[in-house]
Design a protein around this ligand. Sequence first.
Ligand SMILES: [Zn+2]
Length: 505
Amino acid sequence: MKRYARVRSAVLKGLEPIEVVVEAHIDPRSVYNDVDIIGLGDTAVKESKRRVRSALNSLGFKFPDGRVVVNLAPSDLKKEGSALDLPIAIAILCASDQLEFQDDYLILGELGLNGEVRRINGLLPILAGLDGTTKILIPQANLSEAQLVRNRSIYAFENLRDVVAFLQGMRDFPALDPLILENTTPHWDIDMADVRGQEAAKRALMVAAAGAHNVLMIGSPGSGKTMLAKRLVTILPPMTEEEILETSKIYSVAGLLPPEGYVLRRPFRSPHHSASIAALVGGGATAKPGEISLAHNGVLFLDELPEFRRDVIEALREPMENGHITVARAKATVRYPARFMLVAAQNPCPCGWYGDREHDCTCSISEIMRYNKKISGPLLDRIDIFINVPRLTYEEYRSSTSSSDSATMREKVMMARTIQLKRFAGKKIRCNAHMDGKMLREHVKLDPTCEKILEESVKALKMSARAIEKVLKVSRTIADLEASKDVKAEHLVEAIRYRQREAIP
Ligand SMILES: [Zn+2]
């Protein structure tokens, strides 16, 4: 008996695949009849020995007598999940002379007790990140996401028996054909036209979408803030193929991929205000991506912003600065992308009715001020646009028709984005919202009239230097929406309007 065999596999560290060698060694003379798995495996890996034993037995293979040691190398890397079941089974079969093959394969898959090869989380980032020369064996249940990856030889299997037959050359299985995404424009079941009235709010959201500006909506209950926020994704440009792959990788790790195997629509995530830091930014025992990474390339909606815990809001600071989040773990740190548009919403006061034309607010001025102070400075610093969303009276609601629809708004947004792509060609940023001070001076030049308007507004609204920067960025976006080379007075005036939180004392 050979007694020793090795099989290649892989695990994930964040979204980065790391190759693992699974070694099996059998000592048939040992009186100790058991399997040891060594090399920093988590509980799922430890349980692997039971699944592998059952799977081999139920398919009529012989589980070797004596002591079996399975080593997962490199040994300093923590290995999670159940994807190592199949390579462990194959290594044991080889070491006990029940299987022999020459070719070099990388093998991934969980095993059921009956020998079924089951789906694993995180396959897409492994396939997309691995060296393209390898032949890879995967679970059939992961087929749809695997099709997204090009230039790989991938073979998919439903059970261990088929894998063995394939490796022995007894049965032929075709390699997967990659899927070419022909039309990446998603279909939406919701539309901006569903929201009646609120044309000013829709306009502000279009400006936000055009320049990737973060927004805060302020309005009483029932004013339509949530409806509007949900529909923001419908006016953003369709994701590029690269963005589809980025977002799909995160959903693969989280086990949240839709049946088609990829995420075509920009994500909209709305975590509840009671969400923990781990749920929001990721991490915890399993180091899974959090809501902010699930919102990558899409919209993160924080409704009832003042109700969120301060430390949770503070945790948003790093990702909003860098577009990614680093999650610390016991043995390592993992990194997930987290570039999203933030849409926050709040009532104007604790009872919700301050400024409403029909309901009376029961809050004292000091209560209202305390409520609004709860939103921390660092987050407010990231908001470019404040949108007041007044509740329509019944009469207004009845008489209002909806004019702006998503398709029309999206077209304008895409035109403005195209201008920005040209403007920032060769630079790291893509949108006006991410301009630094130097870029602002280069791309936003004000004529004397505009200078005067700005000066007066700075005095009247007590604008900080940061607030002025935001006004200039947003005015650049408004000018882009009109394909205007220069920022004109009307663009600037509209941008200044978005700094006024009228409803709040
Ligand atoms: Zn109130």
